[in-house]
Design a protein around this ligand. Structure first.
Ligand SMILES: [Ca+2]
Length: 252
């Protein structure tokens, strides 16, 4: 009985690790300092569209050494096209730093565009979490949250940053840096992991109580060293697939 419990405990540990790995996979950083040139540290504008120049000045950049510059007489739009799996999450968190030159734009905004396979536009629920006024003297930090409805079936999104407010005559200048776009996992995925950890905690409690009873009944029977070696061997980490199979057998 003790060996079965120990084996199941080991399998459940692998199962929790497997479920956690699945959840982390869903919580992906689609753009950040090391992904798709989110901080412009590649020294080029790719993978961005609509960035007029990428400049290096560590004393000016908001993050690292490089930052992106946009300019226009009226408005600018900069974007990246992303491939996503909607089943991994329909909520997206966008944050970035922005600053303006002189003359500078008066408005900055972020957007995510999506079209379903049938060509219909899918609009997200949008929330501006942090949005200070644009300044020539310092970078401002901006955070936006986008939540798409459950009927979103696309795999491609366009994430963009706009600046606007030009008078149509003068050339207005703006800067972007430190862009992070994160796909937030579905609540069901997070809940599944929490449930798995709850099961683990309960099993450990049962195992401890079982060991106390077993130890009280058989303490003189075997040396402590032999007991520890046996338990260690029976708890060797199994593969995730073995854990899933064992979990299903116990669930029956
Ligand atoms: Ca940077």
């Amino acid at each position: 009985m003790q060996t079965d419990l120990a084996r199941f405990l080991g399998n459940a540990t692998a199962l929790v690790a497997f479920l956690t790995a699945c959840s982390v996979e869903g919580q992906g950083y689609l753009i950040d300092a090391s992904t798709r040139n989110g901080s412009f540290e590649d020294g080029i504008s790719s993978s961005w569209g609509g960035i007029d120049a990428v400049l290096m000045d560590a004393s000016f950049a908001a993050d690292g050494e490089w930052f992106g510059q946009v300019q226009s007489t009226r408005r600018t739009s900069s974007w990246q096209n992303l491939t996503v799996d909607p089943l991994l999450g329909r909520e997206f968190f966008v944050q970035f730093d922005a600053r303006i030159g002189a003359p500078g734009f008066d408005t900055v905004s972020a957007f995510i565009n999506a079209w379903n396979a049938d060509g219909t536009s899918v609009l997200p629920e949008f929330t501006a979490l942090i949005g200070p006024p644009l300044s020539t003297d310092a970078w401002g930090h901006y955070e936006r949250r986008f939540v798409f409805p459950s009927d979103l079936d696309v795999t491609s999104l366009r994430v963009g940053l706009d600046m606007s407010g030009g008078d149509g005559v003068s050339t207005y200048i703006g800067y972007f840096d430190n862009v992070v776009v994160e796909q937030i996992p579905e609540p069901s995925s997070s809940l599944l992991v929490l449930v798995a950890f709850g099961v683990m905690a309960s099993l450990r409690l049962v195992m401890r109580r079982h060991n106390k009873v077993t130890g009280a009944n058989s303490r003189p029977a075997s040396p402590p060293e032999a007991g520890r070696q046996s338990e260690s061997a029976s708890c060797a980490p199994p593969s995730p697939s073995a854990a899933v199979a064992q979990f299903c057998r116990w669930a029956k």
